[in-house]
Design a binder for this molecule. Sequence first.
Ligand SMILES: C[S@@+](CC[C@H](N)C(=O)[O-])C[C@H]1O[C@@H](n2cnc3c(N)ncnc32)[C@H](O)[C@@H]1O
Length: 442
Amino acid sequence: MNPHTLPKKRELGAYYTPPALSQVLADWAIKNANDNILEPSFGGCGFFDSSITRLKDLGCLSPDRQLFGVDIDQNAFDILHSKFHKLVSIQKRFLKNDFIKIEPCDFSISKFDVVLGNPPYVSMHNMTQEQRKSCEMILRNSPFSSFTLGRNASLWAFFLLHSLVFLKDGGRVAWVLPSSLLHADYAKKLIAIHRKHFKVLKIIKLAERFFREEGAKETSVILIAEGFDSKGKDECLFTVKAADDLLELRDAITMASNSSHMEIDDFKLAYIPEYIRNIYQTVSFRKESKPLSHYLDIKIGMVTGANKLFIINKDTVKQFALPSCVLKPIVGRFSSLTGIRHTKPRQEKIQSEGHRAFLVNPSQLQINENVVREYLTQITEEEKRKNRTFKKRPNWFEPDYGIDSIIPDGFLSYMIHRGPRIVINQGRVNCTNSIHKVLGYS
Ligand SMILES: C[S@@+](CC[C@H](N)C(=O)[O-])C[C@H]1O[C@@H](n2cnc3c(N)ncnc32)[C@H](O)[C@@H]1O
């Protein structure tokens, strides 16, 4: 059972994998009774349990001797100890540290047949300064980072890149990943790295929200790869599929791969049912079909640098007695928008319903008012100093500045698992960076 509260889960990215899912992946990844297995963020030990079951099925007599792992959280070690109390020593086998800082020589064996797990989903913005530095080191030093991920990558992407250093030639990886594997630019580069170094690569989008009970908001995507070659290969069989449930996932994983020429930009289309893909392609090849950018300019919404502080709901306004002169209306989340247009009355409605739809935006003069000053002290001097976004505007406490203050003509949904939707902004309200701004060309 996951011992963490929801905020702690978010901080550590600690959403434990359901046992039925880790079993499907362990069954695929572990091929031999003597395989050595590395789990770089073992958390609730679910992948260890599944690996033991698989190794036993293959005839291994002491499967727990072949398990190795890392986690940064003491709770993971408490679970490890309570499960495997008979383990004599955790030395050089289970390491309490940041995986990004671990090197192969830290373990009693330096290469593994299998690396598998579900790495922490922590965005670059939520990483500590120290963590970012470690990730930059990986980018600079990894022998596999020929397609550089860039600094915006989330922690899970660095986990995948770093894991390759621990893998034997011929080895396998099996990962549970967030849906940003299908959207983010850095993920494309990570996929290119895997295509260069594996014989077979499969990506399977899970339709079910496997982690709903755990409180994770993301849908999950599985990445499995086999036939690792540290020097790089000429060709990789690359397939992308979708699975509605675990049975379909098992089928998709075991099915032979046949496609090798898919372009990275096209791979998202591969998991759409074929008849829909055909319609999409027919429509997009018509001469009158143009990309959205032909008609509209699409920009990211306002970047405040600290949405928790600047984008608030009516309860926070009340709690801190913030005066209306320091507040502006804003749309904090796309899910607050109903219908095809957003008007002033609708903005008032979402505010009164408790949505985070107020922007705190005091002027230089207003921050001298006691209540405002007290509200802003929630952010420490050190946090202010380290915040890169704050440095980009003259007053860190005034996010409604420059291009961020442009009021969009409409809102476009951004990274949600439903289809895209545009809402017309009749109320002339700004929006945060969890929404795309739509601007008409003048
Ligand atoms: C998504 S959970 C998955 C846990 C486990 N792999 C599973 O599938 O159930 C991510 C785990 O990463 C751990 N973690 C977070 N940051 C880490 C880091 N820098 N190094 C190692 N583990 C880390 C968390 O404590 C958590 O146990």
